[in-house]
Design a protein around this ligand. Structure first.
Ligand code: 13P
Length: 255
């Protein structure tokens, strides 16, 4: 299966001019990249421009969506609006939204339901906030956090096909810090998520649902993360909007 790379621009770049330059880079390099699915998730206000510029080899996604389609929510964007812009993916439950906007797992659950209903593929973010000295994927505390997040976010949700959504394991302490998670630990955390998926949904979903890693992925380490057998790809944050770093990343993907 083709690996996925999601480029989460977060709240950058600061101007449409810079955003256009980034989209043009995606257009230029994506033509030469085989067997990897590139998903670009810029801020809402750049989505229309992205659709025009990223080229047919890249997919479009958003960084959030509201949990219903009624028009009475000032400042929010609905799944239907995203669909109309040909956005196919939507990141939900990112830890930055949980922290700064106090987004709860109940809200994330409602957003996942709304997006699935409207045919958008959620990229659901989960991950522990911190790791104490001896913590590992084998620690009770780490498993407890992971399984609680999954239980809450997927409460009452039935997934029909493994391709309906993506899970992103993003340890919060690795986001924007340059401290990426150890490859063996990523593998083990993905195994835990698959174990949970098998019990909650089915063996088929556990085996085939794409699970990706995010947290300080850059041009230097992306290839080793992509080589992980268990992982379906990566979620790139900060490096997505730095022209040089982005170009280096995309160059690494050309075989
Ligand atoms: P960084 O790649 O900047 O660590 O961000 C990861 C992330 O939050 C992607 O969603």
């Amino acid at each position: 299966m083709a690996k996925l790379i999601v480029f989460n621009f977060k709240m950058a770049p600061a101007s449409i001019m810079e955003a256009k330059e980034l989209f043009n880079i995606f257009n230029k390099y994506s033509k030469k990249i085989k067997n990897i699915k590139l998903i670009v998730t810029p801020p809402y206000i750049y989505l229309a421009e992205a659709k025009e510029r990223i080229g047919s080899k890249c997919y479009l996604g958003a960084q959030d969506a509201f949990w219903f389609n009624r028009y009475v929510i000032t400042g929010e964007i609905s799944p239907k609006m995203l669909k109309s812009l040909k956005s196919q993916y939507v990141i939900l439950g990112h830890s930055e939204r949980r922290e700064h906007l106090k987004e709860t797992e109940e809200m994330i659950n409602a957003k996942v339901k709304a997006c699935l209903q409207d045919g958008l593929k959620p990229i659901v973010c989960i991950g522990e906030k911190e790791r104490k000295n001896n913590d590992s994927a084998a620690s009770f505390s780490v498993k407890k956090i992971l399984f609680e997040q999954l239980n809450n976010i997927f409460q009452g949700i039935q997934i029909e096909k493994s391709s309906d959504l993506v899970i992103a394991y993003e340890p919060v302490w690795a986001i924007g810090t340059g401290k990426q998670q150890d490859l063996v630990e990523v593998q083990k955390m993905i195994d835990l998520i698959r174990f949970w998926l098998a019990r909650r949904f089915s063996e088929d979903i556990a085996k085939n649902l794409p699970i990706i890693y995010g947290g300080s992925v850059n041009a230097q380490n992306i290839v080793s993360f992509l080589k992980l057998k268990e992982s379906a790809g990566v979620l790139v944050g900060g490096a997505s909007t730095k022209k040089n770093e982005l170009t280096k990343i995309l160059n690494k993907l050309i075989k």
